[in-house]
Design a protein around this ligand. Structure first.
Ligand code: TXA
Ligand code: MG
Length: 349
């Protein structure tokens, strides 16, 4: 057990003295959990292999899953990669800082533990004021996976991090809720046509608008293909409860969810992940609304917190409504399908 220091910092009015405590810990080879605009990250000095090992230990993360390196200035990429493709330069200008991670060919200074033996390195420049300032103050690139226990839903609130990592890391910065609510988009820019390895905050549509052609890793579409982003192959985002997704047209979804609920509740405690449009239709049920179908970003912000909340309520099975697979809805469905282990019921007449 470590003595974890929990530091409260207001992202809109950063107390530099408090943040300095955290940056000193990073410099000294310790682990610091901090908020980003996507999800909370668990950071360590990206150039210090001993510090990096502590991340894997704290999370219980498999060592073949590489880490994203976080920087606070665009120029910092230069030392970390072998070359910067022109398309990457365009994307950096357009989307950094922000929820876009790009995979480059790595330079020699990247420790092998970061890339899990791959020849590439994933890099991102977060826009969250605490993340940005912390990285800047520490003066080193910061490797940071999501700050959850491996396999659990990613943390979007400080209390999620405290629940998972208290006693396992040196510092947890409590700095409010994460605005995007889902992890960054991971885009491989080493190919002529960049490939989305993980959908996220910067959507396929946004990337296509800037680049024209963008492809999507086959492993995301077909569960029989091995994904090229090693992290995507693990059962992930999974609460303790079993998760079932229902897809189809909305009225059919609602009917199916009701039928399943009645069937399951004979033996199990059931939770329903509904939307603003449907939440009042389910009677006599434990229902949480993910947000409005008209505003899929509102859904992105809530899904991980709701998965955790149902665990707290000791629900045995969660029935989740599918949403439209476009814009950020693509990333939402990717995470929910993974949480459900691709256990999908197609609702029809
Ligand atoms: O939004 C985010 O990206 C958050 C915050 C903290 O920045 N971080 C995050 O890290 O989600 P993590 O470790 O939970 O997910 C990193 C993903 C994994 O799926 C990993 O396999 C992939 O990025 N990845 C890392 N390096 C890679 C590489 N060189 N090639 C392909 N995929 C890589
Ligand atoms: Mg993660």
């Amino acid at each position: 057990m470590l003595e974890t220091k929990i530091i409260d910092i207001n992202p809109n009015n950063i107390d530099m003295d408090k943040l300095r405590i955290a940056s000193e810990v990073l410099k000294a080879g310790g682990t610091v959990a901090f908020p980003t605009e996507t999800v909370y990250g668990l950071g360590a000095n990206a150039l210090d292999s001993t510090a990096l090992k502590r991340i894997f230990q704290a999370k219980g993360r498999p060592s073949d899953n590489p880490l994203i390196v976080h920087i606070s200035e665009k120029d910092s990429v230069n030392a970390l990669v072998r070359d910067i493709p022109q398309k990457a330069t365009i994307l950096m200008e357009k989307f950094w800082p922000g929820p876009l991670t790009m995979v480059f060919r790595k330079s020699k200074i990247i420790p092998i533990i970061i890339t899990a033996g791959l020849d590439t390195v994933a890099i991102r420049m977060p826009s969250h004021p605490i993340a940005k300032t912390l990285i800047q103050m520490s003066g080193v690139p910061v490797a940071a996976p999501s700050a959850n226990l491996s396999g659990k839903p990613s943390p979007t609130q400080a209390n999620h991090v405290i629940k998972d990592l208290n006693g396992k890391v040196d510092v947890i910065i409590s700095g409010g809720n994460c605005s995007v609510g889902l992890e960054s988009t991971v885009l491989d820019v080493t190919e002529e046509i960049p490939v989305i390895l993980r959908p996220g905050g910067i959507t396929l549509e946004m990337l296509q608008e800037v680049l024209g052609d963008v492809s999507v890793d086959k492993g995301l579409e077909d569960i029989k293909e091995t994904p090229r982003s090693p992290g995507m192959k693990y059962t992930h985002y999974s609460p303790k409860a079993e998760v079932v997704m229902v897809t189809g047209e909305l009225e059919h979804i609602v009917n199916k969810v009701n039928n399943l609920k009645e069937e399951y509740e004979k033996e199990k405690k059931v939770g329903i992940m509904a939307t603003e449009e449907t939440k009042d239709i389910y009677y006599d049920a434990l229902v949480l609304s993910m947000g409005s179908r008209k505003n899929p970003q509102s859904i992105a912000e809530n899904i991980f917190a709701i998965l955790r909340e149902f665990d707290e309520k000791s629900v045995d099975i969660i029935i989740v409504e599918g949403i439209e697979v476009r814009d950020i809805g693509y990333a939402v469905m990717n995470r929910l399908l993974k949480a459900a282990g691709y256990n999908v019921v197609k609702a029809g007449r």
